[in-house]
Design a protein around this ligand. Structure first.
Ligand code: UDP
Ligand code: MG
Length: 318
């Protein structure tokens, strides 16, 4: 019998995790064709999440957990899950019941048909403001234009991955992670299905605005150098204008003599160019900062504890 790992990253989810476990238990209990592993990754929760997971583990041998040494963020928590998953396939699901476990059956069906990456696209988004929807729409439109890989806008991390996709993803060990882009980058046979997203069952969203902004920037900077190139193009255009203007000014001075007027245009020109130079420096800085982080070659995360004592890896750190 094939084993399927359900990967649940959880950060301060004490309000929903019991419900989540019950739901997993009832849905997976009904799928008797496969055995399951429920792999919880505790991403440095400061509440009772870990104790709750340990309680599930006591009564249910399907439960495993990886406890990270601190909060590393969802993207890194998922990497830890990929490293420790033992199944022939892996399904990633949020701890907050926004994604219905009932979709598992359909995912598994397509996996058995030979697809390696069955990703679920959300049809409706309940409990989200129009501003969040609009900014996310715009973001994906820009990302699609500049990135070299295909990123499926409505497809999140809710998906089934064959173990070869998981093995591929564990080899992408960058710190500033944008997993959504990685799914497209690694390739393999993909199949789209859909689901209706629910509002969070309880608790609050764990993504702060700053974390979302960082993720959005990671998406663009990891898959495109377009933002760097744009400045060469703008610089070239401005230089062309400057050259034409200079030629006109020289000829005019030769014919009509000098005039000292032009203070406003001088200031406007200096401020405009100064602004553009700062923006372009900032963008170079964004890339440089990421190069800096990666060149340290630190492990992406550390673990405090893994539920199976003899560790899958030789070392207990990654
Ligand atoms: N999460 C995590 N580490 C974090 C933030 C979030 O493991 O630093 C988990 C969280 O517990 C949940 C999933 O990532 O299982 C999605 O988070 P959330 O529901 O808060 O995000 P949203 O659905 O609002 O995008
Ligand atoms: Mg959520």
């Amino acid at each position: 019998m094939k084993t399927i790992t359900i990967l649940i990253p959880a950060y301060n989810e004490e309000a929903v995790i019991d419900k989540m476990y019950e739901k997993l238990d009832s849905v997976c209990g009904g799928l008797s064709q496969h055995t399951f592993e429920f792999l919880f990754v505790n991403d440095g929760s400061t509440d009772r999440t870990l104790e709750q997971i340990k309680a599930f583990k006591k009564k249910d041998s399907r439960v495993q957990y990886v406890d990270l040494s601190r909060n590393f963020g969802k993207e890194t928590a998922m990497l830890a899950g990929f490293d420790y998953a033992k199944g022939d396939a892996l399904i990633i699901i949020d701890a907050d019941l926004q994604q219905p476990p009932e979709t598992f059956a359909e995912m598994i069906h397509w996996w058995e048909e030979g697809y390696d990456d069955v990703y679920a696209v959300r049809k409706e988004r309940e409990g989200e403001t129009w501003l969040k929807k609009w900014t996310s729409d715009m973001y994906y439109r820009v990302l699609q234009k500049v990135a070299k890989v295909k990123v499926y806008p409505q497809a999140g991390d809710f998906r089934l991955l064959d173990k070869k996709c998981v093995a591929a993803l564990t080899q992408l060990r960058e710190h500033e992670r944008y997993t959504k882009g990685m799914y497209g980058w690694i390739g393999f046979k993909k199949k789209e299905i859909s689901y209706i997203a629910e509002a969070r069952a309880a608790g609050e969203t764990k993504w702060k605005l700053s974390a979302l902004m960082n993720l959005a920037l990671n998406g663009i900077t990891s898959y495109s150098t377009m933002p760097l190139r744009i400045w060469s193009i703008i610089g070239f255009i401005i230089s062309m204008f400057a050259f034409v203007y200079l030629t006109i000014e020289i000829i005019r001075t030769m014919i009509f003599g000098t005039s000292v007027a032009g203070y406003p245009s001088l200031i406007a020109g200096i401020l405009f160019l100064g602004g553009i130079q700062l923006i372009s420096l900032g963008i170079i800085g964004e890339y440089l900062g990421r190069v800096f982080v990666e060149t340290k070659e630190r492990p992406v995360y550390f673990i405090q504890e893994y539920s199976e004592k003899e560790l899958k890896k030789e070392m207990d750190v990654q």
